[in-house]
Design a protein around this ligand. Sequence first.
Ligand code: SF4
Ligand code: SF4
Ligand code: SF4
Length: 273
Amino acid sequence: MKKYLFSFMMLAIFEAVAITLWLTKGNIFYLFNFSYIGICIFAGSILMVSGNKYARRFVQLAVGSYMLIYLGVISRENMQIEGFWYYLFTGTFEAATIHYAVAKIFGPLIFGRGWCGYACWTAMVLDFLPYKHPVSPRKRIGWVRYVTFSASLVFVAVLFLLKAGHMERIMFWAFLIGNAAYYLVGIGLALIWKDNRAFCKYICPVTIFLKPMSYFSLVRVHCDESKCIGCRKCLKVCPMDVEVNKESRKRVNGTDCILCYECVKSCPVKALH
Ligand code: SF4
Ligand code: SF4
Ligand code: SF4
C-alpha cells in the first residue's frame, strides 16, 4: 500500500480543493473540474507505480486536452498567463487565478513542476517530438522568459489603461493566438536545437512562478550519493538537464525537474528514488 501513498495523497489534495471551491463558490463546476483532474493524476500515478511506460503521457493527454479544448476553446476561459493577469486585475478569484494558484504558484510547494510533466497542454504536444533527450549543452538565454513574462503583463495592463471594450472577447482571441504562437515557437525551437523542451527552458513565462516555488517542493527526486557509481545515465536521459546525481536542492537546473522519473528508471544501482 505504501507505494500508492503518493497517488492517494494527490487524490485527497484535489478532492479537498474541489469540495472547498464547490462549497465556497457555490458552483458545482469546481467539483467536477478538480475531481476529474485529481482522478486522472491518481490513475496515472497508479499506472506509473505499476510500471506502465505510457502512464505520464496518459495523464498529460487526459488533463492537457481537457484544459485546452474544453476549458479554453469551448468554455472560452483564458488559462494562459494573460488570462491570469486579466482576472487578477479584475479582482476575480475564478478560472485562471484559481488555476494559477493551484497548479503554478502554491501547488509547486507540494508537487514541484508536476504541472509541466503531467498536465501542460503545450508540453503535451512538444513531448510527441523526437528529441526527448537534449543533445547539445544548455543555452545561456534563460533571460528570454523574463521578456515574455513582462510582455504578457504589459499587454493586459495596456488593455486596462485604454479601457478596452469587449475584454472577454480579446482574452479569448489572445488565448487562441497565444497558444498557436507557443506551439509554433516550441516546435520550431525543438527541431532547430534538437530538444523537445527548449521552449520550457528558455521561453515559457510561467516558469517565473514555477521555478522559485518548486525549489521548496515536498515531492522531488532524491539521490543517495553513497550508492552512485558515476555512470551518468541519469544525466543523459533527463529532458531538463537536471544535475540529478546530486542530492542538494541547489543542484544545477534543479528547479526545472518535471518529475518524469526517466532518471530513476535509468539508474542501474537504484541510487535515485
Ligand atoms: S515550462 Fe511552460 S510550456 Fe513547459 S511544461 Fe511548464 S508550463 Fe508548459
Ligand atoms: S529525468 Fe529525473 S531529474 Fe530529469 S526531469 Fe525527469 S525526474 Fe527530473
Ligand atoms: S544513473 Fe545512478 S549511478 Fe549513474 S550517475 Fe546517475 S545516480 Fe549515479
